[in-house]
Design a protein around this ligand. Structure first.
Ligand SMILES: *Cc1c(COP(=O)(O)O)cnc(C)c1O
Length: 436
């Protein structure tokens, strides 16, 4: 599999290097040179496939022989260990629950798959790979869980002391084994600066194999396309109707993965981009002008993004054919944006109507799904529920005005003991720690 940089189509890189590097040297994003259609044989066995089998078939087509079949099958089997069930609300409304992984959010799929790929590509290096992650809270939990007990990989997580929620801190500091946490007496920017300096330190990089677990790594995007197939497969029993996916979006990685699935032949009618008031993409779809701006804090805070990193991938995806990028994009993607008040109202409405509890991100999507279906009465829609409501316990209980159930894997975190090394934001201390 060959990837190019969104900044320069002539800058080409094989899969293993793109995964280990994360970003092209020109600071663009890696995009697959080819997103092939799946062969007819795939569709014949599709109705009976498991999620790991779908993952294998889809990644095999994308990787084009880069990883031998048996190895790739093992990677998919080890990475895809939790389900992606579709919950039916009514004949037109379905919810794809992506929160059954260790950190209760869809990012677990990307993190697990990336961990397996990195471990695989590092297998002959004769030295462990050390992943450095600076986190302001949430993504660190998925990465930590994703790399947990992955052979040949050590993880060092840096987080700002006192600036992540107690539960998030537990997710980062209670795993142990190959995951170590550094509690930095400073800000998230301090954490990030330490990581950046480590990558630039030649003395250090000669002694250690370092990599990052960047959210825009192509290895995180690819597995997110698998569950679009998995959702569609579950809908086969529901009869034939045009099917649209609704994606609560921030950096638009999830939505971009849906575009990949579509190009590979999954019959997706439209993609719906649902955002909170950080609505750069819905605005672009309306006006043709891409105008990034500082983000505002909302209830659905994983979507508080003012300049979505995957927009460059979306532009590349829709360019190059007839007509303008904008026209191509808005033919396939419809944008909707909602306020926090609307989000809260929607959570209460959905609970009343369906006795189903959505998290704030999913609620933004639900509202967009309703608006979309009002204009497309013959279609059905699948909402990607990106996180478990218990992840946002205080907000959800306040909005619904009652206690909600907390999954065991989250509840048990409270009783686990935090293990973290305290550190000042001083590079030579960090370096000494890494080398010790
Ligand atoms: C990361 C995240 C999103 C946004 O996903 P993108 O791929 O960045 O668009 C939405 N909801 C939740 C719960 C998230 O954690």
């Amino acid at each position: 599999m060959i990837l190019y940089s969104t900044r320069n189509p002539r800058e080409k890189t094989p899969l293993d290097i793109a995964v280990m590097r994360g970003l092209p040297p020109d600071n663009g994003l890696y995009m697959p040179e080819e997103i092939p259609e799946l062969p007819t044989a795939f569709w014949q066995t599709f109705p009976e496939m498991s999620l790991p089998e779908i993952g294998f078939a889809v990644s095999k087509a994308l990787f084009q022989g880069f990883i031998p079949d048996e190895d790739l099958r093992g990677i998919c089997k080890r990475a895809l260990t939790f389900p992606a069930p579709v919950h039916k609300l009514d004949d037109q409304r379905y919810v794809l629950e992506l929160y059954h992984g260790p950190s209760l959010a869809f990012k677990d799929f990307g993190a697990r798959f990336m961990a397996e790929l990195m471990s695989y590509f590092n297998r002959d290096a004769g030295q462990d790979l050390t992943i450095l992650v600076a986190t302001s809270g949430d993504t660190g939990g998925a990465v930590a869980a994703g790399f947990y007990q992955t052979p040949g990989i050590e993880v060092v997580i840096l987080y700002p002391s006192g600036k992540v929620s107690p539960l998030q801190e537990k997710q980062l500091t209670t795993l142990g084994h190959n995951v170590r946490a550094l509690e930095v007496d400073g800000t998230f920017d301090d954490c990030q600066a330490l990581v950046k300096q480590a990558f630039l330190d030649e003395e250090l990089t000669q002694k250690m194999r370092l990599s990052s677990a960047n959210s825009i790594n192509i290895a995180r995007l690819i597995p997110q396309s698998f569950y679009y197939f998995e959702a569609y497969r579950q809908l086969l029993a529901e009869g034939d109707r045009p099917t649209t996916f609704v994606v609560p979006s921030g950096n638009f990685g999830n939505l971009t993965a849906g575009l990949f699935a579509r190009r590979m032949g999954l019959p997706i009618e439209h993609m719906v981009a649902a955002t909170n008031i950080n609505d750069v993409v819905p605005r672009y779809l309306k006006s043709g002008k891409y105008a990034p701006k500082p983000s505002h804090r909302t209830l659905s805070n994983a979507m508080d993004v003012g300049d979505p990193s995957n927009f460059a991938r979306m532009e590349n995806y829709f360019s190059g054919t007839d007509g303008s990028t904008w026209n191509n994009m808005r033919e396939h993607i419809l944008g909707y944006a909602y306020t926090d008040a609307q989000t809260e109202e929607t959570m209460r409405e959905v609970e009343q109507k369906f006795t189903y509890i959505l998290d704030p991100h999913g609620a933004v999507g639900y509202r967009a799904m309703d608006a979309y279906l009002a204009n497309h009465p013959d279609h059905r829609a699948v909402l990607l529920e990106t996180a478990h409501p218990a992840k946002f316990l205080e907000d959800v209980e306040r909005i619904l005005d009652h206690a909600i159930e907390v999954p065991k894997r989250l509840a048990s975190l409270r009783n686990k003991t935090k293990v973290a090394t305290e550190m000042n934001p001083v590079y030579k201390d960090f370096k000494r720690y890494l080398l010790s």
